[in-house]
Design a protein around this ligand. Structure first.
Ligand code: GTP
Length: 334
């Protein structure tokens, strides 16, 4: 599945940090925010991400020189001029040749949303577009979204006065869109998706929305950028905490989520390790995916493990894809 990630904004609210580094490349607990975001998308089956770039694209090329991030293939779509959110999404989707259902995410969102569940909800609704919604304490600061009981968006209410709307959920900045949404956006025009395209889809009855109350933060303000960092180190977000042992060598392009990496392990370029334990001395080659597995041995390039247990001394050959395997098989008599 393809995704478009919006990373071309000016990040004015986070100045002076964003004077030298674009907001999505600022670290959250020592890992670039964009890497957290793309690793999260990859767990939902996103294999290609088009970065909608505008302002300051060069640092992105330098950050990911091989065009890979967290095991996901990047496409750089650089706007000739800032096109606002809808213009940027359409430009990037056309530039990357997207022709199927795709995900869009604002580059300054960190959340624990189950993106695959949002895609499944979108398909079950038969919607043209589906928004992720999140609750806020003080809706008067935001634009709230009102939905019907069956999940269709009814209206947007910008900064509601007390009593004006019963809704306390806001647009959380992750969308699932059909390619027909791109056709609603004329090429090269500066258009906002929130203020222009979504209201026109509401009028046509084609926009759905799914609220969740899991972890969500927009890191675009100084107070929320600080909170996003501290939430990661104090354990508020258990799901992406990891523990890395001494002398482990983890390539900068690898993504480690909710896992334990033992002493002296080697993790190669573009690896994605999720919900797993690599015991001391394990070695992963390049672009290896490890999910819900325990590894003592070595796993060669381009292989994947799901729900596997790999013993000491084992070398899984390159390009092998194992599920529910124990190697060596303890049932087999030697
Ligand atoms: P502020 O200047 O602090 O408001 O930040 P921002 O420029 O990032 O704006 P905002 O947070 O509203 O933008 C939401 C998302 O859209 C962010 O991920 C931005 O990077 C992105 N974005 C906003 N405008 C554009 C644009 O014209 N082009 C592209 N490619 N992305 C944009």
């Amino acid at each position: 599945m393809h995704a478009v990630v919006l990373v071309g904004g000016f990040g004015t609210r986070l100045r002076p940090l964003t004077l030298s580094t674009p907001k999505p490349l600022l670290p959250i607990a020592n890992v670039r925010q964009l890497e957290h975001l793309i690793a999260h998308l990859s767990t939902a089956g996103v294999t290609h991400v088009a970065l909608a770039l505008g302002f300051k694209p060069e640092p992105f090329f330098e950050a990911f020189p091989d065009g890979m991030c967290a095991g996901v293939q990047l496409h750089y779509a650089v706007e000739p001029e800032p096109l606002d959110t809808a213009g940027a999404i359409a430009f990037a989707a056309r530039d990357a040749g997207i022709t199927d259902t795709f995900v869009v995410m604002n580059g300054d969102i960190l959340c624990d949303l189950d993106v695959a569940a949002l895609v499944a909800f979108h398909k079950a609704q038969g919607a043209e577009g589906t928004l992720h919604l999140t609750p806020v304490d003080d809706p008067s600061q935001y634009g709230v979204v009102e939905t019907t009981a069956d999940g269709k968006v009814q209206r947007f209410v910008e900064k509601p006065a007390p009593g004006e709307s019963e809704s306390n959920v806001v647009n959380a900045g992750t969308y699932v869109l059909e390619p027909s949404v791109i056709d609603r956006i004329p090429a090269g025009e500066k258009i906002s998706i929130e203020r222009v395209v979504f209201p026109s889809m509401v009028a046509d009855g084609t926009l759905s929305a799914m609220p969740t109350d899991d972890y969500w933060i927009d890191t675009g303000r100084p107070d929320t950028y600080l909170k996003a960092n501290l939430d990661l180190i104090d354990g508020s977000r258990q799901s992406i905490l990891s523990s890395i042992g001494a002398n482990a060598h983890i390539d900068a392009s690898a993504s480690i989520t909710h896992s334990v990496i033992g002493e002296g392990c080697v993790v190669g370029a573009g690896c994605v390790v999720t919900d797993s334990v690599l015991l001391a001395g394990s070695v992963l080659g390049d672009r290896v995916r490890v999910e819900r597995s325990m590894v003592m041995g070595s796993v060669s390039d381009e292989s994947s493990l799901q729900d596997c247990v790999i013993g000491a001394g084992v070398v899984i050959p390159a390009g092998e894809h194992l599920q529910n395997a124990r190697v060596p098989d303890p049932e087999q008599k030697s």
